[in-house]
Design a protein around this ligand. Structure first.
Ligand code: NI
Ligand code: MN
Length: 226
């Protein structure tokens, strides 16, 4: 799998020749001003919850690319009413798409859409096929439910965890989350975009390495292969 980081909690994963864009928040992120949103291709747009810093550019990119939106029932319904295509899911369910299986898993967070519409409950995704399995936690606190992931899903290749604290778990709890999901390779997100989530990135890397985990923090625009 390859993954391109677009800042905050937005990244593009390529698996089985398909492009999966997560939580697009680019036009509102001054740190991502070098990213040309109009050049992003997506087959699917996966949304963890309804907050602005996760859905801001979803409508525009979905209209341009024709991507299918995958999220919880309420969020997908909101986009279908705007004339877009979507696939509704809810917690605990899984569904197999042409790129692999998606399981919508628990997160502890809130979720309201930008116009005030109820955005259902926030979630995360575990996605797997014959080549890889990865976890996108979304915005969440550390939760004991993460311990179910290694029991219900294949061995994780990569876990993408928020590390910025204040709105989500911080770096210390993200290390515990990595232990709960039994994954060695972690990509951090949801940090440094706004003042309340500014972190010491060297300290974060060190916290993970003390727990024998590898934390990667790609530059915005950088592509990594796992
Ligand atoms: Ni949020
Ligand atoms: Mn957020």
């Amino acid at each position: 799998m390859t993954i391109t980081y677009y800042g905050h909690a937005c990244f593009l994963v390529e698996i089985q020749g398909k492009k999966l864009l997560f939580d697009p928040f680019i036009s509102g992120n001054s740190l991502a001003s070098d990213v040309d949103m109009n050049r992003i291709e997506a087959d699917y747009i996966l949304l963890t919850h309804g907050h602005m810093d996760h859905v801001l550019d979803a409508e525009q990119i979905a209209k341009k690319t024709g991507a299918l939106i995958i999220s919880n029932f309420e969020i997908v319904q909101w986009y279908i009413q705007k004339g877009l295509k979507g696939h509704h899911m809810n917690h605990g369910g899984k569904y197999t798409f042409d790129f692999g299986t998606v399981k919508f898993v628990s997160a502890i967070h809130s979720s309201v859409l930008p116009d005030g519409t109820y955005g259902g409950n926030a979630g995360g995704f575990v996605i797997w096929n014959d080549d890889c399995c990865f976890y996108v936690a979304g915005d969440t606190a550390l939760t004991y439910d993460m311990k179910l992931i290694p029991q219900l899903c294949p061995q994780l290749t990569l876990a993408i965890l928020p590390i910025g604290d204040n709105f989500t778990m911080g770096m210390e709890e993200a290390v515990m989350a990595a232990e709960f999901v039994e994954c060695k390779h972690i990509m951090g997100c949801h940090y440094n975009t706004f003042p309340p989530i500014s972190i010491d990135t060297a300290a974060a890397v060190s916290h993970f390495s003390k727990a024998n985990k590898t934390l990667v923090l790609p530059r915005i625009g950088e592509t990594l292969t796992f």
